[in-house]
Design a protein. Structure first.
Length: 370
């Protein structure tokens, strides 16, 4: 058996911003499948989803399995690999790698096709793109409930050799939140179905475009705060013209259980507790010309049980739709801050920043600024 592309894409359901992200992930999955099929390398395409629309949209293009009832990621992936006897699976999570080209997908598949006892991933510690051989290696691990630890388990428990893909916007960026949709909408490498869907949303990207423009300004300073990895930090220092003020804290807070145990601690969170949202963002405005903030670290520090709905409405800057009183006031203060403040999750300060740096220089060059 050759290389099989396996995509899991699930609907979030519920509020309008959750539906927005779910529909975008569906479009991304369809674009990814078209790009994969264009390579001529993949023997099978298998999609596991709870979205009935995908079965109709992918008729004749992929095997579509509907997911119903309780869902466990690792057990379902193992089941798919068993039943279809997949020897060389390339798994991509819903919303992951929306900028990955046909050429890049084909290159990963070809590398996998000749590899033995190997796992190829975009991030060994928190993966959402994992290619491995043999497929039976999944029998040697304790199946994880999410995709993030899968590559590490295959390496450590099944003994597969690790191969990490180059860390680029294409391999690192994924869509988890509405802010990621704003970022994706700026990049020309988004697939045609994804671009069409994002255009239909008519989202306001003026603040994001304004904040992003400072990356190419040698007189500017940009604040980045949250779960900022060392590689992203190094790229910010190397690939931007501005000065960078970076505050990295609580990396891995979900993976190692600190968030679940209420152990998250944030410097920004302590300061916010002392001065309140209005003063907080007034102070932030003195630290740079723009700010990119991973709010999940702050919310967890404060012990807030913030629903995904409220987090997403906060990302979109729509405080009137937010139920949590503190998050509503926090979001209002961010909107009226003297500088553009971009709120989001982990993807904003990881692959999102890599993507924005690329777009900032593309727009800089397009305007003839040399």
């Amino acid at each position: 058996m050759g290389v099989a592309l396996i995509i899991f894409v699930g609907g979030m359901g519920g509020s309008p911003p959750e539906e927005m992200v779910a529909h975008a992930r569906r479009a991304i999955a369809r674009d990814t499948i078209e790009r994969a099929l264009a390579t001529g390398v993949f023997e099978q395409v298998i999609v596991v989803t709870d979205m009935e629309q995908l079965e109709r949209e992918l008729s004749g293009r992929a095997i579509v399995e509907q997911s119903e009832g309780p869902f466990h990621f690792g057990e379902r992936l193992r089941d798919v690999i068993r039943r279809y006897r997949v020897e060389k699976p390339l798994y991509i999570g819903g919303g992951a790698a929306p900028l990955l080209s046909s050429e890049e997908l084909g290159a990963i598949a070809r590398e996998l096709s000749v590899a033995e006892n190997t796992v190829i991933t975009n991030n060994i510690f928190s993966a959402d793109l994992i290619a491995f051989t043999p497929g039976q290696a999944i029998e040697a691990i304790e199946p994880p409930s999410t995709d993030n630890p899968l590559a590490q388990l295959l390496a450590h428990q099944a003994g597969l050799k690790e191969v990490c893909l180059p860390r680029t916007a294409a391999t690192q960026f994924d869509v988890d939140t509405p802010t990621d949709l704003l970022v994706l909408g700026l990049h020309p490498a988004a697939g045609p179905l994804t671009r069409a869907y994002l255009a239909s949303l008519n989202l306001d990207i003026s603040d994001l475009r304004g904040a992003m423009s400072f990356f190419t300004n040698p007189m500017a300073e940009v604040l980045v705060a949250g779960r900022v990895g060392s590689y992203v930090w190094s790229r910010l220092e190397r690939d931007t013209a501005c000065r960078i003020r970076a505050l990295s804290e609580e990396r891995g807070m979900c993976a190692d259980g600190r968030a679940g145990r209420g152990e998250v601690r944030s410097i920004l969170g302590f300061y916010l507790e002392e001065v309140g949202p209005a003063r907080f963002f007034q102070s932030i405005s003195q630290l740079g010309n723009a700010a990119f903030i991973d709010t999940r670290v702050i919310f967890d520090h404060l012990g807030l049980d913030v629903s995904r709905r409220d987090r997403f409405f906060s990302d979109l800057g729509r405080p009137g739709e937010i139920g949590n009183t503190f998050v509503r006031e926090f979001t209002k203060a961010a909107i009226v801050a003297p500088i553009p403040v971009i709120l989001g999750g982990h993807s904003l300060v990881s692959g999102g920043l890599l993507t924005l740096i690329e777009v900032a220089w593309l727009e800089h060059d397009r305007k003839g600024n040399y």
